[in-house]
Write a protein that binds this ligand. Structure first.
Ligand SMILES: Nc1nc(=O)c2c([nH]1)NC[C@@H]1CN(c3ccc(C(=O)N[C@@H](CCC(=O)O)C(=O)O)cc3)C=[N+]21
Length: 284
């Protein structure tokens, strides 16, 4: 049996349609959700991701603006800008595109954003709330993954979930969200002795390694659920994931593709968090 492919692009379109209706209602009540994106420097990949975010906002009726700053921007300049946006009641969500230039501390910037406007879910307060199982802004990529699994009614409770990768924006929070759903979670990373020993036992395998096509048929368990978070651009310009799609597709039960998998869902969850921020701020 070949795996069911979870099309993130299609699911994202469906979710955007229903969010558009919600945004229309909010606008009728006099509330227009607004996202401000800050981008520092001219990394082409970052610019392309930011364009994707703007497009998704306009598709759902969310208002957005992008503040483009030169690489020479100081940490202090950026902190001042964030303070202004924190104090501006018409701005509901603030996103600072990562990575930042080396002379700006991502940690300092992340903690400067008002947690009630932190639509990325990267502020330590929101990470703490997620760990204790409270409602908050969940980081967009992990939140998108959970939404993809739930869209197929995939049971998470009691499953052995193995996460490869321990970044603050993907690996650590997806493990936490799976734990919150009552999975048994194992984290693997670059210092794990025998990764295959774990991947072969994974009912749900989350792959966020950052190297093309490393997970193959021989690494996975029969009928397992494989989520590919990798986005690797090959020399010919094409995109591929961290999972060798053709190799695993007959053995897995569910599989997320790259492109059109987790990537579009990441952007969609940002929209969801922005609407949530707008509603939360208007309730205050
Ligand atoms: N503060 C911050 N928040 C982020 O959420 C954030 C960030 N910084 N920095 C960079 C990463 C990366 N990221 C992606 C979003 C969408 C796609 C996406 O839609 N990908 C398409 C392909 C797009 C293409 O063709 O390049 C797909 O997988 O189908 C990918 C990657 C958000 N990030």
């Amino acid at each position: 049996m070949s795996a069911t492919i979870i099309n993130g692009k299609e699911l994202a379109q469906e979710l955007k349609l229903s969010m558009k209706e919600e945004v229309t209602e909010l606008k009728n009540e006099g509330l227009t959700p607004h996202l401000t994106v800050i981008i520092v420097g001219d990394n082409p990949a970052s610019k392309s991701y930011v364009r994707g975010k703007q497009k998704a906002c306009s598709e759902t009726g969310i208002s957005s603006d992008v503040i483009e700053l030169p690489t020479s921007t100081t940490e202090n300049d950026l902190l001042h800008l964030i303070k202004e946006l924190n104090d501006n009641p018409t701005v509901h969500g603030i996103l600072v595109q990562l990575p930042l230039p080396d002379h700006i501390s991502e940690k300092q910037i992340t903690v400067a954003i008002d947690p009630t406007k932190d639509v990325d879910g990267f502020h330590p307060v929101n990470i703490g709330r997620m760990m204790t199982g409270e409602d908050t802004f969940f980081p967009c990529t992990p939140y998108g993954i959970i939404t993809m699994l739930k869209s197929k009614d995939i049971q998470i409770e009691g499953k052995h979930a193995v996460v490869i990768g321990r970044s603050n924006i993907v690996g650590k929070p997806i493990g936490q969200l799976l734990l919150n759903e009552n999975a048994t979670v194992t984290y693997c990373h670059s210092k794990t002795k025998d990764i295959k020993e774990y991947t072969a036992k994974a009912d749900i395998l989350i792959v966020a390694i950052g190297k093309p096509n490393v997970i193959k048929e021989g690494d996975i368990k029969n009928n397992s659920i494989i989520v590919d978070v990798g986005i690797n651009r090959l020399e010919d310009g094409s995109l591929t994931g961290d999972v060798d799609f053709d190799s695993v597709k007959e053995k897995a039960s569910y599989l997320t593709p790259v492109p059109r998998g987790v990537g579009p869902m990441t952007i969609t969850m940002l929209l969801k968090n922005t609407i949530k921020a707008a509603k939360g701020l208007s309730e205050k």
